[in-house]
Design a protein around this ligand. Structure first.
Ligand SMILES: *[C@@H]1O[C@H](CO)[C@@H](O)[C@H](O)[C@H]1NC(C)=O
Ligand SMILES: *[C@@H]1O[C@H](CO)[C@@H](O)[C@H](O)[C@H]1NC(C)=O
Length: 382
């Protein structure tokens, strides 16, 4: 279904509800729930980097290739949920304010299959446009067409604005076309300029009213502001986790884009083989961490309920390593955009709810193979 069709369907459904009941509020999306058998499977799509060099042949071809990676992973794994782990677009390559169209393309594979998803921002999603030096050669600036959105700009008509699309605009456009499937949100205003800060509960299959998993999504910055998880986000995390999980009974997973400095501490030496206790197949570069650590890692490490953190950002890394009592994991570069030509794939995370609670993860490649299986709920190696 195309987005306007689903909006039309939603409008008709809302109208029917109004006529039937005489009143209707906006319908909140159905809660996430463990599937029969007590399993909940996530696919992590990291660093898709849509929208590179749209004025060349290779840019659009690369976006087509990214479509195929996601389709292959979704067909093979049939996940219950998709996490878009940041850098959905390469905004520094998007000259006019149409990044939300690329964003929409990135989330369309999940939407088309009716799979709910959520997104976090990476450092490239709202980066300002970088003028290609070759546009100053005799060849000049290639023709660019302003999207209709540009006409809503303030007077006088500024023509095509060479600027990024702000985080809030990207998120609002996503929610507008979500068909009730997006679980993303524009987080609390007091955490701005960070936007993708929210918590999702996954309800138990066995006990329909009990949450059996909490997923925290955090904006790790980058682009329009520094790559960092702020002190305000740490305070927010404390209050959310105390409220939702006061006794730490519910297992928790955490998602953001840029690795924290703790990743540097546990990282296997770059380009060496990944050895136990770490598990992975790609170790081709140094960790590129956040610029500061303002306490989030301490907050997480002191909660035994937190099992793992998942990040993207480094395309040449796909390992998981233990840190204190939790695991620090990289996803796997999914998109054909962005640096590096390592084969593309996606990290899969499968949670089984208690009594037999477990978190298992592996990497599913575009060609159908899987590797790097690891159990993330096991006791810390020491
Ligand atoms: C965004 O605008 C550029 C420049 O006009 C164009 O080349 C590109 O195809 C547009 N992208 C989308 C997704 O519409
Ligand atoms: C799939 O790709 C991987 C590299 O990611 C390679 O090692 C493996 O042999 C390939 N498998 C098949 C079936 O082509």
């Amino acid at each position: 279904m195309r987005w306007w069709q689903c909006r039309l369907a939603a409008a008709v459904a809302l109208l029917a509800a109004v006529l039937a009941l005489g009143a209707a509020g906006p319908r909140s999306p159905a809660p996430l729930r463990f599937a029969p058998g007590g399993r909940f499977k996530l696919a992590l799509f990291a660093d898709l980097h849509y929208g590179e060099n749209a004025w060349t042949d290779w840019g659009p071809a690369q976006d087509d290739a990214s479509d195929r990676v996601m389709a292959a992973v979704l067909d093979a794994e049939n996940p219950d949920f998709v996490v878009y782990l940041g850098d959905l677009v390469t905004a520094n390559n998007v000259p006019v304010a149409n990044a939300s169209l690329y964003w929409d393309r990135a989330i369309s594979p999940a939407r088309r299959r009716g799979v709910p998803w959520s997104t976090v921002f990476g450092n490239h999603d709202d980066m300002p446009f970088e003028w290609p030096p070759e546009w100053f050669s005799p060849a000049g600036v290639p023709p660019v067409h302003c999207p209709p959105a540009a006409s809503a700009m303030p007077e006088p008509d500024p023509g095509c604005i060479f600027r990024g699309t702000p985080r809030v605009e990207l998120m609002t456009a996503e929610l507008d076309r979500a068909c009730g499937l997006s679980r993303s949100s524009v987080g609390p205003r007091e955490l701005w300029p960070g936007v993708s800060n929210y918590v999702l509960q996954v309800l138990s299959h066995e006990k329909p009213h009990d949450p059996a998993l909490l997923m925290y999504f955090l904006d790790s910055g980058g682009g329009s502001y520094p790559e960092v998880v702020s002190c305000a986000q740490v305070t927010w995390f404390h209050s959310q986790s105390r409220f939702l999980n006061p006794d730490g009974r519910i297992p928790e997973l955490v998602f953001w884009h840029v690795p924290s400095t703790a990743y540097v501490k546990v990282a296997p030496k770059a380009t060496s083989e990944v050895r136990k206790p770490c598990v992975g197949s790609l170790n081709e570069e140094d960790v590129a961490p956040q610029v500061a650590e303002w306490g989030m890692m301490d907050a997480l490490a002191h909660r035994p309920s937190v099992k793992a953190i998942f990040v993207g950002h480094n395309h040449g890394l796909d390992w998981c390593c233990p840190y204190e009592k939790l695991w620090l994991c990289f996803a796997r570069h999914t998109g054909h955009g962005g640096y590096g030509d390592w084969p593309r794939g996606a990290r899969i995370v499968e949670v089984a709810e208690k009594k037999h609670f477990s978190v298992n993860s592996w990497i599913r490649m575009e060609n159908g193979s899987t590797h790097s299986h690891v159990t993330l709920s096991s006791a810390r190696f020491s």
